[in-house]
Design a protein around this ligand. Structure first.
Ligand SMILES: NC(=O)c1ccc[n+]([C@@H]2O[C@H](COP(=O)([O-])OP(=O)(O)OC[C@H]3O[C@@H](n4cnc5c(N)ncnc54)[C@H](O)[C@@H]3O)[C@@H](O)[C@H]2O)c1
Ligand SMILES: O=CCCC(=O)C(=O)O
Length: 484
């Protein structure tokens, strides 16, 4: 793959920024390798992108849903032809292993197809009027220009799970991806370009969060902003968009618990803890971070967990034998090191890992060992703050009631899981756990595109993405009353 500089995609054309500056995206498995560069755009260019999206809105929303769907089907087909290249770029840009990157790219394609079909489905309800001679119905209509601000950890799936529903319901979009995933997102936009969307319907602009992201939040012609990312940035975007009367949706961090009950299948629970906690190097918003284990099996579970964690192969995501890649960036690497030090400082015992890996080629990347802390208590920073790295915190409890109380003792509420065979425990977990994604005998990660996704408490703005739930954010309802 040759290193390339990608332009913005505005009004159906690839355009370099007048700033003359670019942002380089480097490979976290090999710091000196530049994967590609994107534009460091200006506020004027953002205004142009929003202007193009606004200009394209009328004609786009007037197309039949099925016609809009055809563009989405076309984009999906082109992405399928380019799957290998997109996935390779993703692995090189943010470190996810190649099989995971391929899975994510395929997921993006499936999301496009799902929403393409949505263009042929109902856009309202017939509602009986109290006037027998009148006809009343509701009709979903687009919100308008949608600003899409996305993180780096799912650089294909997240932009698509926001853009596809926005587009099918008749909105136009301006995407601002995270810089650490921008080259991958540009590859997706190359497919959108080839799909032939009318000029201005889909726009792509890169640059700093404080200029382009904040600019989208502030722009009066951006009717709605859908954001996924960290809590501090999200809250600020929500306040900014809300203050000018815009619609917003925030999907943010997690501190997800997995509860291990004494009656569970320990082997299955260990596998799910490792997969849910450490796949993607712990950089999924749904990753398990707190492992809450009943005391009767604590030692047995811990021993097996450590045994299996020791076998994890860490390396370049492009290498077929790699199970866990590097942290996605230098910033992420430093954050994880900071939390590991903090855990030790506050008295948690390091049961495994905790070190930077420097052997052989690993010294060229941002590698940290799979890390497991023992004797973690809920007051510790590593039990409260999102780490977003390969770090698990083991916590001991006596009863399942205690486990659920402990699980809920954080500001976040994104996903949660329990391993148990006891139906009473399952039912009380479903009822009492404060999380938007509740999983039984399964890892905490694992989002299905046809189901609502979003968190409770500080993890979300009470909104839901994906499946039919996306309709709520990307449309507004007209109630029509007709009298002859
Ligand atoms: N709940 C979910 O669905 C979900 C999914 C994936 C990731 N996440 C969360 O995302 C975070 C990791 O992603 P990240 O590091 O890219 O998050 P981030 O908040 O740093 O960045 C997200 C996006 O916001 C932009 N941004 C940064 N500063 C901004 C500002 N001042 N104004 C407007 N936009 C700004 C960034 O450029 C990026 O495009 C984690 O907290 C993770 O849990 C949540
Ligand atoms: O990072 C957040 C998205 C998580 C996800 O898509 C999954 O768990 O499958």
């Amino acid at each position: 793959m040759s290193e390339k500089t990608f332009s913005n995609y505005i009004g159906g054309e690839w355009k370099a920024s007048a700033s003359g500056e670019v942002i380089q995206s480097t490979n976290p498995a090999n710091k000196t390798e530049v994967v590609g560069s994107v534009q460091k755009s200006t506020r004027d260019e953002l205004n142009e992108a929003v202007g193009q999206a606004k200009g394209a809105l009328k004609a786009w929303r007037k197309l039949a849903g099925a016609e809009r769907g055809n563009y989405l089907y076309q984009a999906a087909a082109i992405m399928e032809e380019n799957l290998e290249e997109i996935a390779t770029t993703m692995t090189k840009e943010m470190g996810k292993s190649l099989p995971e990157a391929k899975g994510e790219t395929m997921r993006g394609i499936q999301i496009l197809k799902y929403y393409a079909g949505e263009g042929m489905r109902s856009e309202g309800d017939v509602i009986p009027s109290t006037d027998a001679s009148a006809f009343m119905f509701s009709k979903r209509v687009p919100v308008g220009v949608v600003g899409v601000i996305t993180p780096w950890n799912f650089p294909v799936a997240i932009p698509i799970w926001k853009m596809a529903p926005a587009l099918i319901y008749g909105n136009t979009v301006v995407l601002k991806p995270a810089s650490e995933g921008s080259v991958t997102a540009a590859k997706v936009f190359e497919c959108f370009d080839k799909a032939g969307f009318p000029a201005g319907v889909v726009n792509f602009i890169t640059g700093s969060g404080s200029v382009i992201g904040q600019g989208l939040a502030e722009h009066n012609d951006v009717n709605a902003v859908t954001f996924t990312g960290s809590n501090n940035v999200g809250r600020n975007i929500g306040n900014t968009v809300g203050a000018r009367g815009g619609k917003y949706q925030l999907e943010m961090g997690g501190k997800n618990p997995i509860i291990i009950a004494e009656d569970c299948d320990i082997e299955a629970a260990v596998d799910a803890t490792l997969s849910g906690g450490l796949k993607s190097t712990g950089q999924k918003c749904t990753c398990s971070s707190r492992v809450i284990v009943q005391s009767a099996i604590y030692d047995q579970f811990k021993e097996r967990l450590l045994e299996k964690a020791k076998d994890i192969t860490v390396g370049d995501g492009m290498d077929g034998s790699t199970w866990m890649g590097p942290c996605a960036s230098e910033g992420q690497f430093n954050t994880v090191k900071h939390y590991i030090a903090k855990g030790q400082e506050e008295g948690a015992a390091l049961a495994l890992g905790g070190n930077v890996l420097t052997e052989g080629n690993l010294k060229d990347g941002y590698y940290i060992e799979p890390t497991i802390f023992d004797n973690v208590t809920t007051d510790m920073t590593i039990a409260q703050e999102e780490i977003f790295g390969p770090v698990l915190a083991l916590m001991k409890v006596e009863t399942i009631e205690d486990a659920i109380d402990l699980a809920n003792d954080v500001e976040f509420g994104l996903s949660a899981s329990i391993f148990t065979k006891n139906i009473d425990h399952i039912l009380s977990f479903i009822d009492d756990i404060e999380a938007g994604l509740v999983r039984i005998n399964s890892e905490t990660a694992g989002v299905e595109l046809q189901a609502p996704f979003g968190g409770m408490k500080a993890s979300s703005s009470y909104s839901r993405e994906q499946g039919q739930a996306a309709k709520e954010f990307f449309t507004t309802t007209k109630t029509v009353f007709i009298k002859g």
